[in-house]
Write a protein that binds this ligand. Structure first.
Ligand SMILES: [Zn+2]
Length: 592
């Protein structure tokens, strides 16, 4: 079976079709419920007399409104993703977004009133048994209390953001999406898009990699004046808003978003930085694997071994077996995705690229989209997305909507854990050194790209934010900063390309969300530590792990760690993840 032909999902568990009457009915119902909600609760939440029973009912009521909105929107989104040329899905999606924003506006008062509940009352509410499952959700929301502005000011910010911050983000997206990267491919000058040119960085043709790299950085260099200006505007906007709200540390908003403390993130980033030498050790080893004296910038993503072709049925077996070896119940859940058509893996024209798992509602099963292209990487993608899927299934058993999704830094727990199960199984069973090499290098580069490199991004971002308080950063200055931090990461293991310091200009996260990237490092390193627990404890680990998944987004990361016997505030825990990395490098060294 080529490219997962015929592996399609069945979405009738949501609605029969885009023309299903029930879609409109559900949307109407959501509107009515939102109106009723406002009538019933406006002015009643921010009150000394608020009881746990009333707040619990309010939370359940708002979950009902959100559920209907999510169900309708998910259906149109999934229909659109399977075929982006589907105009009916597109127009339904747009319509639902518009209607959704109106419903959302009616509910805004609720969160604002939650911030205004008198302290004493709030304390007794979160300590009540009745609200136990919402406790940390409420506590995290309350962190905004000291930073809240008046309703008028909040409204003005919202309005001014449309032509200010959001317009700049939009400009960045449209501007960079218009970039063409001229490059000679097979004797002809072509102009691939950004994602196509980035894909060429992993080509096994070294000269092609070099040409792709040259073209990529030429284009970003030529456009860096505009991008530097947008970047300056955005970080200044953030600084000024923080100042107005009385937020001293510009990273505070990210800590609240992720429900973590500054100390925790500082510890994590410190440990990652201490382990930079491991990154350098690996890339020196990689030079040897590629028969090079030293890597150039354009060799960093080069493949270390030949591609192997893996038909879908074989890939599926590999994934199911990796999970089943870990735990029978896990395996059964993974199989349901295939047997009950919860996954769409076939490659079709106009289908959305990439992969995702949509955890829709706690009472429904998730839906997974992937584009299976018969490569080893695609097998890992399936293992990754089904990891999310199993996470959603467990969380759905216990949680209600508001606490269903894990916080950002833990969102990748089950997906990365699943990739590690597959990695270990493939290493153990690999029948050729080529395959083993490929799996080891893949895992190592994954860790270095999501942990070490992402932390480097945040270090750069932090310094840029600091300087921008005093003056505008020129494109040269930004590039110099980038060179400093990237140079620290790779040391003398990679020769930097003369123009690669323009890389700051292409990191989308810097432009659409401040200090996002440490979340990747957190997630990956957390799982490496978790995996070590599994290797140490064996079967005893499994029930604890299932509880962790069932907790969904109920607890902040520090408590999730504590519940499974991990103290996230200790540097030792984070260092432990790198011990696993060290072992992989040792193994790879033996093969080299
Ligand atoms: Zn993921």
């Amino acid at each position: 079976m080529e490219k997962a032909k015929g592996v399609n999902w069945d979405l009738t568990f949501l609605y029969d079709s885009l023309r299903d009457k029930k879609i409109k009915e559900d949307l109407e119902k959501a509107k009515q419920l939102a109106d009723k909600f406002e009538e019933k609760y406006r002015g009643r939440i921010a009150a000394e007399s608020l009881t746990p029973a009333v707040l619990e009912t309010a939370l359940k009521d708002i979950e009902k409104v959100y559920s209907l909105m999510i169900k309708t929107r998910s259906f149109s989104h999934l229909r659109f993703a399977e075929n982006t040329g589907n105009m009916d899905a597109q127009s339904l999606l747009l319509n639902l977004q518009k209607e959704g924003a109106e419903i959302q506006n009616k509910l805004v008062f609720f969160n604002l009133e939650l911030l205004d509940i008198p302290d004493e009352t709030f304390k007794s509410l979160v300590d009540s048994k009745q609200l136990a499952s919402y406790k940390y959700w409420l506590l995290n929301l309350r962190k905004w209390k000291p930073y809240k502005l008046s309703e008028k000011e909040e409204q003005i910010i919202n309005i001014k953001d449309i032509t200010g911050k959001n317009a700049n983000v939009q400009l960045h997206d449209e501007y960079t999406a218009s970039f063409k990267f001229p490059i000679e491919i097979e004797g002809e000058v072509k102009t691939p898009t950004e994602s196509e040119v980035v894909a060429l960085f992993s080509s096994d043709d070294r000269d092609l990699r070099k040409r792709a790299f040259d073209s990529f950085f030429d284009v970003f260099g030529e456009n860096s004046l505009v991008l530097a200006s947008i970047f300056n505007t955005l970080i200044n906007d953030h600084f000024l808003e923080c100042k107005r709200r009385g937020i001293e540390d510009v990273m505070e908003t990210a800590y609240i978003r992720d429900n973590v403390s500054k100390e925790l993130i500082d510890t994590l980033m410190g440990v990652v930085r201490d382990n930079y030498p491991l990154v350098q050790r690996y890339y020196k080893l990689k030079a040897g694997l590629l028969n090079l004296k030293k890597l150039e910038g354009y060799d960093r993503l080069a493949p270390v071994a030949k591609e192997v072709k893996i038909p879908f049925e074989d890939g599926k077996k590999m994934v199911v077996n990796a999970y089943t070896d870990f735990d029978g119940e896990f395996g059964t859940r993974i199989e349901r995705f295939f047997d009950e058509k919860w996954i769409d893996a076939e490659i079709r024209p106009k289908k959305e690229s990439g992969a995702f798992c949509a955890g829709i509602l706690p009472e429904l099963h998730p839906a997974v989209l992937a584009n299976y292209n018969d490569r080893l990487e695609d097998v890992f993608t399936i293992a990754h997305e089904l990891g999310h899927g199993v996470h959603d299934l467990y969380a759905g058993e216990v949680q209600s909507l508001l606490t269903y999704h894990p916080p950002l830094v833990l969102a990748e727990t089950a997906s990365i854990f699943g990739e590690m199960l597959l990695t270990d199984k493939l290493i153990k069973e690999a029948n050729t050194d080529e395959l083993k090499k490929k799996v080891l290098a893949r895992q190592l580069e994954d860790v270095f790209n999501t942990v070490s490199r992402q932390v480097m991004y945040v270090l750069f971002e932090k310094e840029a934010h600091g300087i921008s308080r005093k003056r505008k950063l020129s494109k040269e200055e930004l590039s110099e900063l980038w060179g400093k931090f990237e140079g620290e990461l790779y040391g003398d293991s990679i020769n930097p390309h003369p123009k690669q310091n323009y890389y700051w200009a292409r990191v989308g996260h810097f432009f659409f969300e401040n200090f996002y990237c440490y979340a990747y490092a957190f997630g990956q390193l957390f799982v490496l530590g978790l995996y070590r627990q599994y290797l140490n404890k064996g079967e005893d680990f499994i029930p604890l792990y299932k509880d962790l998944l069932r907790a969904g987004g109920q607890f902040p990361p520090a408590i999730v760690g504590k519940n499974i016997g991990i103290d996230l505030t200790k540097p030792d825990f984070w260092h432990g993840g790198f011990d696993y990395v060290k072992n992989l490098i040792d193994e790879l060294e033996k093969l080299a």
